[in-house]
Design a protein around this ligand. Sequence first.
Ligand SMILES: [Zn+2]
Length: 67
Amino acid sequence: MNDKKLTDAEKQTLWCQIHLIGICPNCKAKDSMQMGPQGGLAINIRCYKCGQKYWTSPIMGFGAEPI
Ligand SMILES: [Zn+2]
């Protein structure tokens, strides 16, 4: 956990950008997100353009967070 805590609304916005729109929330590249290790309800996902990694989940309510 870093000290820049996102609000739930911000996490939801990231989730929508990643899962619904299909863009990287950081660099806005389309279809650049690569699924990494997935365990249960947690997915690590990484943008191959800018290298930003996110923790996310298939469940919308969990949102997404940069890691
Ligand atoms: Zn990116």
